[in-house]
Design a protein around this ligand. Structure first.
Ligand code: ARG
Length: 474
């Protein structure tokens, strides 16, 4: 557009809006335009808007509401607009409010009054609901792919370290020895449930609101099954009021995102801990750390910290839309335009976090020795000792727990590990103890004894990892 054309355009735009301005004599105040316009953010729906418009137009032709010639002109115009947008030459105008009116007004510039036929039997209310569902459906599918990528790298690392011993924690205190493969596989399970939540939400989302029109349906003989099918929806939505006012599909998407982000943040926190000098269980390479501008020795796990914190933002996005929708009467209110920014922000943050986490997991290198030594600290095989008393001396577990407590106290007094106590000392506390007890006090015996289903023994872990690989990676 030349400068002159732009000026003329602006003049036209400040007059009443050509898309709906029939009963208006003048255009909106600047501040009205500023608060009303959504084009800055809803231009992200351009692809979905054009797809939905094309399907609507073809249905109108098929249903003989529109003649083929007009239909073809509209389709060709829409396709040209798609190219203009994708090549960056499309002029998005805030005076045209949103993506729907921007595209329609450009269509009018391209094909003249025929463009006006496209809006037969639809409204922006069903249009935006359709576009938004399509956009979220696409993001949901990408979430599934990114989560699978993350599971794959976790399984790769779990496989490599299926029998590496590390401390398992409760209250962030060494509790019982476990294997690193077991720990990493725990996250594979979590992210698997996250995928389940996204795909459950997708099923409910996948109904087509197009054709609900403003709120009451239309008197034109449209075929809603046809547009639903063309856009890959399971079926049309059953109630026109619900069609234009429902946004729970966005809430479900964001809830699934929040839970997933929460899982990511827990893993991120573990990475922060593991990479600290105090833990030294793992380290990240230069690719996934940053330096400090003052302390030359630092290597900071910033990506992990940012994943941890972006969870707050993703939760905020969910709460924001829940609050927007709360108390809204049926059907559409402009409040609902506020649904997009939090949803886009939630997805932008989540997808970034998922990809950064996948990169970090691939990058992590573990320190076998430090983990193994730490696994033996804090009397972590005390439960094995109590179990031995139950098994060998037929003692009730509560009594065994008590005696083990006394043994731990003794070791604490001596400043040594359980395995370093001698048999005579142990016998003073429980005469039935034999030297066989020392077999269960090592961390490696402890982990290999945990053979119950889902337990940490390396053999179990190996089986679970290969089952998960078969299920997830295929
Ligand atoms: N930009 C609007 C939105 O995102 C489109 C729907 C406008 N509908 C209306 N009745 N003003 O919600």
């Amino acid at each position: 557009m030349t400068d002159n054309q732009k000026k003329n355009q602006d003049k036209l735009d400040t007059a009443s809006n050509s898309m709906w301005g029939g009963r208006f004599q003048s255009g909106p105040d600047k501040i009205m335009e500023a608060i009303n316009s959504s084009i800055n953010f809803d231009q992200r729906l351009y692809l979905q808007d054009i797809e939905a418009s094309k399907s609507h137009c073809m249905m109108l032709v098929k249903s003989k509401i529109l003649d083929t010639k007009t239909g073809n002109k509209i389709i060709a115009g829409l396709e040209r607009i798609l190219i203009e947008i994708e090549t960056g030459v499309f002029n998005f105008r805030s005076s045209m409010e949103d993506i729907h009116l921007n595209i329609e007004s450009r269509l009018h510039e391209l094909i003249g009054d025929n463009a006006g036929c496209l809006h037969t039997a639809r409204s922006r209310n069903d249009q935006v609901a359709t576009d938004f569902r399509l956009w979220i459906r696409d993001a949901t599918d990408r979430a599934d792919t990114y989560l699978t990528d993350l599971q794959a790298v976790l399984l790769e690392q779990a496989d490599l370290h299926y029998d590496w011993i590390m401390p398992g924690f409760t209250h962030l205190q060494a509790a019982q020895p476990i294997t690193l493969g077991h720990h990493l596989h725990a996250y594979v399970e979590m992210f698997g449930r996250d995928k389940g939540r996204f795909s459950d939400a997708r099923k409910r989302l996948n109904e087509c609101p197009l054709g609900a029109a403003a709120l009451a349906g239309t008197s034109f003989p449209i075929d809603r099954y046809e547009t639903a099918r063309a856009l890959g929806f399971e079926k049309p939505t059953a109630n026109s009021l619900d069609s234009v006012s429902a946004r729970d599909f966005a809430l479900e998407f964001m809830s699934a995102s929040s839970i997933c982000a929460m899982h990511l943040s827990r893993l991120a926190e573990e990475i922060v801990l593991w990479c600290s000098a105090q833990f030294s269980f793992a380290c990240l390479s230069d690719s996934f750390t940053t330096g400090s501008s003052i302390m030359p020795q630092k290597r900071n796990p910033d990506a992990a910290e940012l994943i941890r914190s972006k969870t707050g933002r993703i939760n905020g996005d969910l709460i924001s839309l829940l609050t927007v929708l709360k108390g809204l009467p049926l059907a559409y209110s402009k409040d609902m335009q506020e649904d997009k920014e939090p949803t886009f922000d939630s997805w932008d943050s989540l997808s970034l976090c998922l990809n950064a986490m996948t990169g970090m997991i691939k990058d992590l290198r573990f320190n076998r020795n430090t983990m193994q030594v730490a696994a033996g600290s804090g009397f972590s095989t005390a439960t094995d000792l109590a179990d031995w008393l139950v098994r060998e001396l037929k003692m009730p577990f509560r009594k065994a727990h008590h005696i083990t407590g006394e043994i731990v106290r003794l070791a604490e007094k001596r400043g040594c590990n359980l395995a370093d106590l001698n048999l005579t000392e142990l016998k003073k506390l429980e005469n039935g103890i034999t030297k066989g007890i020392f077999d269960v006090l090592s961390v490696s015996n402890s982990v290999s004894s945990r053979t119950s289903y889902g337990g940490t023994s390396p053999e179990n872990v190996r089986v679970q990892i290969s089952l998960a690989k078969e299920r997830i990676i295929k």
